[in-house]
Design a protein around this ligand. Sequence first.
Ligand code: BYC
Length: 321
Amino acid sequence: MTTVLPGAQDAREAGFEQAVAADERIEPRDWMPDAYRATLVRQIAQHAHSEIIGMQPEANWITRAPSLRRKAILIAKVQDEAGHGLYLYSAAETLGTSREELLDKLHSGRQKYSSIFNYPTLTWADVGAIGWLVDGAAITNQVPLCRCSYGPYARAMVRICKEESFHQRQGYELLHALSNGTEAQHAMAQDAVNRWWWPSLMMFGPPDDQSSHSAQSMAWKIKRHSNDELRQRFVDIAVPQAESLGLTLPDPQLRWNEERGHYDFGPIDWTEFQQVLKGNGPCNEQRITQRRRAHQEGAWVREAAAAHAAKHSARNTEAAA
Ligand code: BYC
């Protein structure tokens, strides 16, 4: 048992607070408060789960992509999301948890994933709307996480953001092609934007006055901006982009507010958000069932990889001896 000398705990806590205040990174070996660790595990795990569950709605269109070029791009994008999940599970593991434990919590409903992935992808244009709006919202939320106080999470976010930015552009380009195509293609793009706009705004989390974790997470510099600030930033970016796409956003109250220097927008249906979080969204059941099945069917791959690694490690030990 480690004996903590009187005052040592206070000194470690003060060191942590000083490092955060000075914008230094907290690294896995550094002392950190239990609640800071728990908050990071919760957020990083939820983020990792979102990446791998997020593969499902888009993978739905791989076999039906309209051209070889579009198919290759979509396969690469879905594969990138799996990669993001891996970086994030690795970052969470540096906090003393394991990937098995986190996946178990996802599969048993004890940890969440983003609300956005509980909506269906009904047409090919949804692939474009996800890229433009969902990845666009993700980047707006995630770029500040590159400056998060926890080193491994911040570093994982740098690469993720670079890839998300490419994803956002492919979505924009796809929608641009549809919007400027035939009348039916334009209508398909507009319908997808109508369905994805409001759920994308919900991705930023509840309004600030209902966000249970924001104040503490901002004090610890895990989060750098509040949910409402980032949501507003996203709206301000999306409105002119929609105009140049030739598409409208489904909000009659959307208008530029000269005084605030921002776009005003209509009320978000937070009842719908809460319902999706409770498991009652259009696709919650389908997503988690598919995730559990994929995990079960992948058991032999994990076993084979572990056996391969054990064989190599034994060979290396033998060679070293
Ligand atoms: N969905 O106190 P709050 C992506 C929960 S993008 C579900 O504000 P916090 C991708 C929240 O967990 C998506 N749950 O929380 C893109 C908390 O519940 P618990 C993933 C949500 O953590 C394209 C409660 O509501 N991005 O991966 O301070 C393709 C109160 O909220 C949501 C990230 O995860 C939601 N939308 O702020 C593929 C980014 N919003 O835990 C993949 C990292 C809130 O107390 N995460 N809740 O039971 C964050 O930045 C923050 O965690 C959030 C929420 C802004 C999302």
